[in-house]
Design a protein around this ligand. Structure first.
Ligand code: ATP
Ligand code: MG
Length: 174
């Protein structure tokens, strides 16, 4: 009678790490830009913070995770840009020597068409988007969150591991 013996190495093999953790591992600092409500200037703050850090010589990524109203492409005049893709994933677009940006807006076919996102599909899309972007080594990743304190900003915040800080943007309007 023959008995199959499991090779030792397969027993000691660690479970595979989630793709998101692997992709974000080489980023030194992650900063989220959030707000209690929409239209208060989050994307403006995120874009200026990212550009300011890049001009100071840091290597910076700017991630627009607002699937309903991605405005980072508009701020940089890149509405019709399309990112390159390689076998590992989607490559952010370089806008300054030290600054690359990625937005869900780059992946939407037509920014003027309304899209109906159902809850679970929306969460799946956000997760897949975060997993597929290949940032490489960065000093800072600035993350422009969707507005408010609902499901979307919460899921982005929970998906991104070890965030170093956040900037909460407010205005004096009631
Ligand atoms: N400090 C400021 N003073 C006056 N207007 C501003 C200021 N910051 C941003 N704005 C203007 O306010 C509008 C909304 O800004 P922005 O898109 O940055 O907000 P947001 O919080 O990202 O919005 P959303 O919630 O839709 O993502 C824009 O027209 C922008 O030009
Ligand atoms: Mg915005």
């Amino acid at each position: 009678m023959t008995e199959t013996v499991q090779p030792l190495e397969s027993l000691s093999k660690k479970p595979e790490e989630p793709k998101l953790i692997v992709n974000l591992r080489r980023i030194k600092r992650k900063i989220m830009i959030m707000s209690g409500k929409g239209g208060v200037g989050k994307s403006t703050v995120a874009a200026n913070l990212a550009a300011g850090l890049a001009l100071r010589g840091y290597k910076v990524g700017l991630l627009d995770s607002d699937i309903h109203g991605p405005t980072i492409p508009t701020i940089f005049g890149l509405e019709s840009a399309r990112p390159d893709v390689n076998e590992e994933g989607i490559l952010p677009i370089e806008v300054l020597p030290n600054l690359s940006i990625m937005s869900i807006g780059f992946l939407l076919e037509n920014k003027d068409s309304p899209i109906i996102w159902r809850g679970p599909a929306k969460m799946g899309a956000i997760k897949q988007f975060l997993e597929e972007v290949i940032w490489g080594a960065l000093d800072f990743l600035i993350i422009d969150l969707p507005p408010g304190t609902g499901d979307e900003p919460l899921s982005v915040a929970q998906l991104i591991p070890d965030c170093d800080g956040s900037v909460l943007v407010t205005t004096p309007r009631m």
